[in-house]
Ligand binder design. Structure first.
Ligand SMILES: *[C@@H]1O[C@H](CO)[C@@H](O)[C@H](O)[C@H]1NC(C)=O
Ligand SMILES: *[C@@H]1O[C@H](CO)[C@@H](O)[C@H](O)[C@H]1NC(C)=O
Ligand SMILES: *[C@@H]1O[C@H](CO)[C@@H](O)[C@H](O)[C@H]1NC(C)=O
Ligand SMILES: *[C@@H]1O[C@H](CO)[C@@H](O)[C@H](O)[C@H]1NC(C)=O
Length: 429
């Protein structure tokens, strides 16, 4: 202050007098007119920083001062009260243990969060019980946080559209830019490239910039653009093979690389049996030895992450001697079922025949049969229908089933004729 006034002092007396008066006025008026103010240091804080609410022109001779969250004095929102004489600080309900209070009235927030943004009020009382209060602001900006790119897919089919969006939490909202393989900048949040070709494979970097905090965050995504796979073809070592004797090797032929292969049999996923073996990478399927149930249509499907293609079906013909039983368990089971059904049909036919004979005159045999009845009829007393006809039916069928069951374990074709023979034997008794 002295040096600028010194030249004026020598040159012009009247100016010197004016200046002196002015500075004296300033000095004397300072304690009463100087604004009590709060300054945020820094003015715009990024999340995680420390922020000082610096108090300017706090009067001396203070008894107590208190900090509050918000614009008013509310004991529920008190952060701290401080007694300068004893340097005793009492933290209130609005404190989150990240604050430090200084004797000169300033309040330091450690590691600020976005929630710390807002107004803060200082209330001071001097020893003559006069009080003064002032409100200041704290601004916290995020960020930006680490951006994310959506959608999450990284594999695209050539000819499709690439549509990427970048998102980063930021206050104020972030500004976005994209770099493809380190160049060709796009200043948009969304990146749209129609009809992509494989030269669009590579790294896609999204940069989010917060113009207030001046901070940048980047994320990089790798995109692969693939050609659609071509149609594979199937080659077989031989198209016609003989059961139990021959093996067959099916090969899936494709010009594509970086593909996977799966096999289909009769339009379903091929279920591998212990006679089948796939090569490394599934390109060949060996069936050794071939069985009649292996006959049918085979296809292979090649696929990458974005496309797939299926070969034309190859039909495998298996020659076998039809008189030889198939060793397959399921074929045996089917034969058993067929025999059982035939036996059942024969039984019903026999019953119908029997009832018909009985109704139209009755043979002498009939009496013989009903003589077997008493034990069975005692048991069937509870049945709703007690007519003789029904009882005959029950007696007869149970006899027949017992006869058939005893024959079954051999599993060798108990033909319908066997059942009929059995039936006529019973009938003769
Ligand atoms: C008050 O004290 C703190 C801590 O020593 C300091 O950083 C701040 O600048 C001081 N305030 C003023 C207005 O001098
Ligand atoms: C700052 O606060 C965040 C949570 O808000 C916490 O994860 C981080 O550890 C804190 N940093 C320090 C240095 O205390
Ligand atoms: C996509 O690009 C190819 C050449 O790379 C072009 O032949 C084709 O017509 C384009 N398709 C569309 C829909 O623009
Ligand atoms: C890919 O090639 C086309 C021309 O074929 C070109 O216009 C485009 O810029 C290329 N893209 C990249 C990412 O290099």
């Amino acid at each position: 202050m002295e040096s600028p006034s010194a030249p004026a002092h020598r040159g012009c007396v009247s100016w010197q007098g004016l200046l002196l008066t002015a500075s004296l006025l300033t000095l004397w008026s300072l304690p009463t007119t100087a604004q009590l103010t709060i300054e945020s240091v820094p003015p715009n804080a990024a999340e995680g920083e420390d922020v000082l609410l610096r108090v300017h022109n706090l009067p001396g001779n203070l008894l107590l001062y208190s900090w509050y969250k918000g614009e008013s004095i509310n004991s529920n929102l008190q952060i701290v009260s401080y007694v300068p004489d004893t340097q005793a600080a009492n933290f209130g309900p609005a404190s989150n243990n990240r604050e430090t209070v200084y004797p000169n009235g300033s309040l330091l927030f450690h590691n600020v969060t976005l929630q710390d943004t807002g107004n803060y009020t200082l209330h001071a009382t001097d020893k003559s019980a006069k009080s003064i209060q002032v409100t200041g602001q704290l601004h916290v900006y995020h960020g930006p946080d680490a951006p994310t790119i959506s959608p999450s897919d990284s594999h695209y089919l050539r000819g499709t559209n690439l549509n990427l969006s970048c998102q980063a939490a930021s206050n104020p909202p972030a500004q976005y830019s994209w770099l493809i393989n380190g160049s060709s900048q796009h200043l948009t949040q969304e990146l749209f490239i129609p009809n992509i070709t494989s030269n669009y494979s590579g790294s896609y970097a999204c940069l989010a910039h917060n113009s207030v905090s001046g901070l940048n965050k980047t994320i990089i995504k790798t995109i692969t653009v693939s050609e659609p796979v071509g149609k594979p073809s199937l080659r077989a070592s031989n198209a016609t093979v003989t059961e139990h004797k021959d093996a067959v090797v099916l090969t899936c032929l494709t010009n594509d690389t970086g593909i996977s292969i799966r096999w289909l049999f009769e339009n379903q996923n091929l279920l591998l049996t212990d006679r089948m073996k796939l090569s490394q990478g599934n390109s060949t399927l060996t069936i050794n030895p071939v069985r009649r149930e292996d006959a049918g249509g085979y296809q292979c499907e090649v696929f990458n992450l974005v496309s797939s293609s299926i070969s034309d079906p190859f039909r495998l013909d298996v020659q076998y001697d039809p008189t030889l039983p198939s060793p397959g368990l399921s074929v045996g089971a089917i034969a058993g079922i067929v025999i059982g059904v035939l036996a059942g049909v024969a039984l019903i036919a026999a019953l119908v025949y029997f009832l018909y004979i009985r109704k139209t005159g009755g043979a002498s045999d009939q009496r013989d049969l009903t003589e077997h009845k008493p034990s069975a009829s005692n048991n069937s007393q509870g049945l709703s229908d007690n007519s003789p006809k029904k009882m005959d039916e029950i007696t007869y069928s149970s006899l027949n089933f017992n006869g058939q069951e005893s024959k079954k374990p051999t599993h060798v074709s108990p033909s319908p004729t066997t059942t009929e023979t059995l039936y006529s034997e019973v009938k003769k008794k």
